[in-house]
Design a protein around this ligand. Structure first.
Ligand code: NDP
Length: 435
């Protein structure tokens, strides 16, 4: 904390990892991680870029935002991690996300280093032309620091296919390179099938493994999902396909409770509402006669499994208590760090399944890795091929958590994910000397 004042999200993420990794390092002096100061090196980014993003709105008024790219670790591959456009973006948030990305990317089994970036720009309520001008200005600076073999950004909150398109167009215009410098591209110009679906699908695949591991099934389970963006939408789609019923969805204005379940037709409404009309989730409640709870989160609604898929710290101690009291049997993080430290403690104490995002939401970046492979090969794999690879990767990540996190027949997914993710990066750093 003293070294990183004013960075609460970053110190939260580091202390959660340190709680597991520090005892592990101490228990294995033969590996030399303590002398090599591996953890200290992991918590200090290789470099951080901060820059002015000037742009002009539709009224001809000058606007200024702040852009960032945190390149935290490239021991096992080029820096890789999304760009977030949201008014809450600051250095602390991006350093926490970059730090988490180290372990997540390591878990994917693919050669991916870690980074994160974005801006305190709010795409909500902006015209397409304003978003385009912002993206062009942002990329005019960012393009100096990224590249196909150095740093490959992707989307995150507020950065979807539209933004990636504008960013890619500007990169190409300035650098003159048609390369896979960004992932999450549309299919016409180098995108991968299943990339939009990958984080949500991947989280559900991971949860299926964990639920099967304790001899239960998703079939007929009642599930609660938060958010209504990219991750939430495809989480709902896959849960429906596997026979579960999703009864909640939300955005930053509140949540909807639909006891009948968000079926395929209702999900199509959400996708059109959020991806095309960019409207508010209350419209869903009006359309289907479901209840809307303004300014509230969905965790008071009874469910078997919860899939937080909106943002960090969206489940606090009270929310955790409500979930446990209402009989929730598992939490699978689609968002990054959606549960506070205290909430995680309650889940672990109550012995329900709790999967940290670095394991359960790694399907998105894994499929970005698959997009990079396809770009390098100059090929496009089929939907089935990518989905099979994603399924195998999620199974593999689950297996690694079991290997490194099992004690007395139960699996500590926090321990498993952190140790498995840490080991690979730490070994690579040891091999590469003092860098
Ligand atoms: P989107 O921008 O598509 O959707 C974000 C959703 O979360 C929206 O419904 C948004 O509501 C809601 N939300 C955002 N901020 C808040 C807030 N402060 N309070 C309440 N609701 C909020 O983003 P994604 O679906 O891509 O990302 C969601 C989460 O998943 C993030 O934590 C992200 O880091 C993580 N993630 C995403 C990956 C990906 O591949 N996209 C990969 C791995 C993790 P509103 O529209 O009102 O803002």
């Amino acid at each position: 904390t003293a070294r990183n004042p004013g960075e609460p999200e970053f110190t939260q993420a580091v202390s959660e990892v340190a709680e597991v990794v520090v005892p592990y390092i101490a228990a294995h002096p033969e590996k030399g991680y303590a002398e090599a100061k591996i953890l200290e090196r992991l918590t200090e980014p290789d470099r951080v870029f901060m820059f002015r993003v000037p742009w002009m709105d539709d009224q001809g008024v000058f606007q200024v935002n702040r852009g960032y790219r945190v390149q935290i670790n490239n021991a096992i591959g080029p820096y890789k991690g999304g760009l977030r456009f949201h008014p809450t973006v600051n250095l602390s948030v991006l350093k926490f996300l970059a730090f988490e990305q180290i372990f997540k990317n390591s878990l994917t089994t693919l050669p991916l280093g870690a980074g994160k970036g974005g801006a305190d720009f709010d795409p909500k309520g902006k015209s397409d032309a304003e978003v385009m001008r912002f993206c062009q200005s942002f990329m005019t600076e960012l393009c100096k620091h990224i590249g196909f073999v150095t740093d490959v950004p992707a989307g995150d909150i507020g950065v979807g296919a539209r933004e990636i398109g504008y960013l890619f167009g500007q990169y190409k215009r300035i650098r003159g390179h048609f390369t896979g410098v960004l992932t999450g591209k549309s299919l016409q110009y180098g995108g991968s099938l299943i990339r939009p679906e990958a984080t949500g699908y991947g989280n559900v695949y991971f949860s299926r493994e964990a639920i099967q591991h304790v001899d239960r099934s998703l079939e007929g389970a009642v599930c609660s999902v938060s958010g209504s963006g990219n991750v939430a939408q495809y989480t709902i789609e896959k849960l429906n396909e596997l026979g579960a019923k999703v009864v909640t969805v939300s955005d930053s204005s509140g949540f909807v409770h639909d006891p009948e379940g968000i079926d395929k037709a209702r999900l199509a409404f959400i996708m059109a509402l959020k991806n095309e009309r960019r409207g508010r989730i209350k419209e869903y409640a009006d359309e289907f006669g479901a209840s809307f709870h303004e300014g509230q989160k969905p965790w008071g609604i009874a469910c078997d499994y919860a899939y937080p898929s909106a943002t960090q710290n969206e489940i606090d101690e009270d929310d955790a208590r409500a979930l446990i009291e209402n009989g929730c049997k598992g939490i699978f993080e689609g968002a990054n760090m959606p549960c506070t430290h205290a909430a995680i403690g309650l889940f672990q104490g109550a012995e329900l399944l709790y999967a940290p995002g670095k394991a359960s939401n790694a399907g998105g970046v894994a499929t970005s890795g698959l997009e990079m492979s396809q770009n390098k090969l100059g090929l496009q794999w089929t939907r089935e091929e990518v989905d099979q690879k994603l399924t195998a990767i999620m199974r593999d990540i689950h297996q690694k958590c079991v290997e490194h996190g099992s004690t007395d027949g139960s699996v500590d997914y926090v321990k498993g994910a952190n140790i498995a993710g840490f080991e690979k990066v730490a070994q690579a750093m040891m091999s590469q000397g003092l860098v």
